[in-house]
Design a protein around this ligand. Structure first.
Ligand code: FPP
Length: 260
């Protein structure tokens, strides 16, 4: 298979297609700052953010990334001014309606995680419609985190597991991290291999706290609307240089590679 090449300024970026992350998760931050720097409204920043979403979905699909999770709206984002929340919901609905055919054509399956019942009814209906229409897509899974909060998700999972313990469906001695993962809304997907956060903030902001335990982190000062395909390639190149040890030693990891 050919190497994927991109450019960051004058620097060539090289990606090994055999070592791609299977699952990339992104905290898309900085739409507001991008807009402020250009003396535009925050909504314009979110609109530009959607263009970046399109480019990154396309790049991941072209490269062969199996899962892409985008943090599009956090449970804390409901606290923003109603005008901004309404605009984000409108943009989300428009994005879904506009992208539907493209997702089907490119065999991309849409999924969503989060407290989806809090979404306005017309957004929720559109979302479930597109999820249904794209369900046969088997080239990539695009997961939108909407009204999502990791602590909320962990509490929900703990309650479901407690119910199964109380009713004897499972026994205490069977409880392992893997079993608990099965109660999370992300249970159908592997944990992310790479987390990208734009706009330079060094925090997880209540995103996939359980699932990111061994994920490689890539933080860039670039604001989300300016995040290009080439910057994505650079993040993947950086990821490919890292050694993922999952708590083991370097020698153990080399031994595992030698056996496989
Ligand atoms: C963070 O920027 C971004 C958000 C809260 C929303 C992200 C939404 C989009 C990119 C558009 C909708 C997404 C999809 C998938 C249709 P911020 O507003 O927190 O920026 P700031 O920190 O600079 O103020």
């Amino acid at each position: 298979m050919m190497r994927i090449e991109g450019k960051m300024g004058c620097t060539k970026v090289r990606i090994d297609p055999a070592k791609l992350p299977q699952h990339i998760a992104i905290i898309m931050d900085g739409n507001g700052r991008w807009a402020r720097r250009k003396f535009l409204t925050r909504i314009k920043g979110h609109e530009k953010g959607i263009d970046a979403v399109r480019n990154i979905v396309e790049a991941c699909r072209e490269m062969g990334i199996a899962y892409l999770t985008l943090y599009a709206f956090s449970v804390e984002n409901w606290r923003r001014p109603a005008s901004e929340v309404n605009a984000l919901m409108r943009l989300l609905k428009n994005y879904l309606l506009k992208e539907r055919d493209n997702l089907i054509k490119n065999e991309i399956r849409l999924q969503a995680i989060g407290d989806l019942d809090r979404l306005p009814v017309e957004v929720k209906e559109t979302l479930f419609q597109v999820i249904e229409e794209t369900k046969k897509g088997d080239k990539m899974t695009l997961i939108l985190a909407l009204s999502y909060g990791a602590r909320w998700e962990i509490i929900k999972a703990a309650l479901r597991m407690a119910h199964d313990l109380n009713t004897g469906i499972i026994q205490e001695k069977e409880v392992t991290p893997d079993l608990f993962s099965g109660y999370l809304t992300t249970s159908p997907y592997p944990d992310p291999d790479l987390l990208i956060r734009t706009s330079g903030e060094l925090r997880l902001s209540n995103f996939l706290l359980w699932q990111l335990a061994y994920t490689e982190l890539y933080i860039t000062p670039t604001l989300w609307p300016d995040f290009t395909k080439d910057e994505l390639f650079k993040a993947i190149e950086d990821y490919q240089k890292r050694e993922r040890r999952f708590g083991m030693t370097s020698d153990q990891i080399s031994g595992l590679h030698a056996k496989s």
